[in-house]
Design a protein around this ligand. Structure first.
Ligand SMILES: [Zn+2]
Length: 289
């Protein structure tokens, strides 16, 4: 009897447990747990924004005169080319040049990448009224836009010392520098003199000026850093597609001492990237050797 009684109690307890589990299961299914931010049934936490008020504009005011004016059929805004930067002058007609994506404007000319004696750039254009500037047409147009901008900002000291230089000119220039160094250092060999000249002048066929994409501003010396033109170029040159070709601290990459006056056209996209990343044309092209 004692054992039977135990069995009965156990049976009842198990039955109660099963019933309790069943009740809990039903409760869970009927009231699914809601966590804030989870589940598609969650109510939005923010309240609906009030309807935006329509501002009163001059257009909404109807005057007797205006009722007779026929409005244009299309209200679509005029599509303008993207202008990422603010300019003081209207550069719209120059943007096709400033924004060129022609990779020929990325041409590299340095000691290890010579253009050679035969290289003459395409489309050389002489700009009148800007101090005898000869550049490839696209670079000339970008320069013209930049020059007008500087003038509009009241800068009177914008003078170009040098732009396109052909092979023969660079050849004469280089040999003149050699003679000067030989005179300065009696007893030096041609190679010793050339080693000095190489730090400030390109050998013929390797000059950045032979690309027809380069301008030297006046004065061609460290005094240029004190001019408004230099400050403008440093802050805004890239907006017109120009870069400082031989920056300070990059001599081991460019092969040239810092030249604050020497600016090179590459197009705005490349110039902006070089400006923002603080890199040279060699680094941009991945041609640092
Ligand atoms: Zn130069």
């Amino acid at each position: 009897m004692e054992y039977r009684g135990n069995y009965a109690v156990r049976f009842i307890l198990i039955g109660l447990c099963l019933a309790a589990i069943a009740v809990l299961a039903v409760m869970l299914f009927r009231t699914p747990s809601k966590r804030p931010g989870e589940g598609s049934a969650a109510a939005p936490e923010t309240t609906a924004a009030p309807p935006a008020t329509v501002p009163e504009t001059a257009e909404s005011v109807t005057t007797p005169e205006e009722t007779t004016v026929q409005k244009p059929e299309s209200t679509a805004p005029v599509t303008e080319p993207p202008r990422q930067y603010e300019y003081a002058t209207d550069v719209s007609r120059y943007l096709e040049f400033i924004d060129t994506d022609d990779r020929s404007y990325l041409i590299l000319a340095n000691r290890s990448h010579a253009l050679g004696s035969k290289y003459v750039p395409e489309g050389l254009t002489k700009l009148n009224g800007y101090g005898n500037v000869t550049l490839r047409h696209t670079a000339a147009m970008a320069f013209e836009a930049m020059y007008k901008e500087m003038k509009a900002l009241g800068m009177a000291d914008v003078v170009v010392s040098s732009s396109y230089r052909d092979y023969n000119y660079q050849n004469k220039l280089y040999n003149r520098y050699i003679k000067e160094e030989l005179a300065r250092h009696p007893g030096y060999t041609w190679e010793q003199a050339a080693a000095i000249v190489d730090t400030y002048s390109a050998r013929p066929g390797t000059s950045d000026h032979q690309t027809g994409l380069t301008v030297d501003f006046y004065p061609v010396s460290s005094r240029f850093e004190k001019t408004k033109t230099f400050r403008f170029m440093t802050e805004n040159g890239y907006k017109f597609g120009f870069i400082l070709r031989f920056p300070e601290g990059k001599t081991d990459i460019t092969g040239y001492m810092y030249e604050s006056w020497h600016w090179r056209f590459v197009g705005r996209k490349a110039a902006t990237e070089m400006y923002e990343r603080g890199i040279t044309l060699e680094e941009y092209l991945g041609m640092t050797e």
